[in-house]
Ligand binder design. Structure first.
Ligand code: SF4
Length: 335
């Protein structure tokens, strides 16, 4: 590492090589755990990063050690200039990936292939069409499933993100695991997390322990293989012997993985968040537009990063809404 690379190393020695960029705050679904019931106040268009600004800011990160960029939203494929953004970012020495609800995949398939965006995280919280409509408030289940198969047929690496909410989809955990028998996908069960307006409470959350217990009601323990944790992992992964795919658990609440955190988030209006749970942000875009250097601002934000979950080290602290009520909604962070 050169001296300048240290701007992405925090006080706990964690190196931040992974930047998640939210391209916009809009979405074509209304998932209740992500978007508050009365919507969010959208930032005026002029305060969102343009394609050129996204590229320039990403370039500063890449020059300082970021080698992975994931595009998120809202729904990133809704950006009309998505091909332009991907084309510009593909010139950086990074791997580029995407998180999407899957609805517009067919429209952008050629762009994704052309610029080698082969790692796709697709959100799908239920395998039941009517339940999909009730959690997303839109009837797009078949479209998403068709596009999941389209991605697999074109040899993309697909992770299916499932946010588990007790009483809604916890009875589908085994069905999702069974889906990995014939599909080469990674299903990732995500513990329900608190964000502005999503009415989180701990009783709605399905914990890592409960997920594994449910899987063990159907599969013998010697059939369930624990896979080695990846470097900077977010999900602890498992595989049923003989199945093509695997499944993992993202247990941000009951078993956080902050020790190996390498992630920093850039919102669509150009602010960085040093942690998913952090309610303090650093405005890069204004500084960039004023012609100021953003490297010091990035460094300051990284240095202020707390060891665990923006300072909420215990589940009791997560339970206290006063500690995170003013964090953004998930739709404006990009997960
Ligand atoms: S909670 Fe914050 S520090 Fe922990 S892994 Fe997530 S982003 Fe990183």
């Amino acid at each position: 590492m050169t001296a300048s690379n240290t701007i992405l190393t925090d006080g706990f020695g964690r190196k931040h090589n992974y930047l998640r960029i939210s391209l916009l705050e809009k979405c074509n679904l209304r998932c209740t755990y992500c978007m508050p019931a009365d919507g969010i106040a959208l930032s005026p268009k002029a305060s969102l990063m343009t394609a050129e600004e996204i590229f320039a800011i990403a370039q500063t990160f890449a020059q300082n050690g970021v080698d992975k960029i994931r595009l998120t939203g809202g729904e990133p494929l809704l950006r009309k200039d998505f091909p332009e953004i991907v084309s510009k970012l593909s010139t950086l020495d990074i791997s580029l990936s995407l998180t999407t609800n899957g609805i517009l995949i067919d429209r952008h398939l050629e762009t994704l292939k052309e610029f080698k965006v082969k790692k796709i995280n697709l959100s799908l919280d239920t395998l039941v069409s009517s339940k999909f409509a009730s959690i997303t408030l839109r009837n797009q289940f078949e479209k998403v499933v068709d596009n999941l198969h389209l991605l697999l047929n074109n040899e993309f690496h697909v992770k299916v993100n499932v946010v588990l909410i007790k009483g809604f989809n916890d009875n589908e955990i085994v069905d999702f695991v069974k889906l990995t028998q014939f599909l080469p996908i990674s299903v990732r069960f995500i513990e329900f997390m608190p964000f502005a307006g999503n009415e989180w409470d701990r009783s709605k959350m399905v914990s890592q322990k409960e997920i594994l217990s449910l899987v063990e009601t159907v599969f013998a323990t010697d059939e369930i293989q624990k896979l080695e944790d990846e470097k900077n992992f977010t999900s602890r992964n498992y595989k049923i012997n003989g199945f093509q795919g695997d499944f993992g658990i993202i247990s941000s609440i009951t078993n956080p993985f902050c020790d190996s955190c390498n992630r920093i988030r850039l919102t669509a209006d150009g602010k960085i968040k040093n942690c998913l749970f952090s309610n303090s942000e650093t405005d890069l875009l204004t500084a960039f537009r004023n012609g100021e250097s953003i490297a010091n601002l990035i460094s300051e934000s990284i240095q202020n990063k707390k060891k665990v979950r923006a300072g909420m080290a215990t589940v009791e602290e997560i339970d206290d809404p006063t500690l995170h009520f003013d964090n953004r909604s998930m739709i404006a962070i990009g997960g």
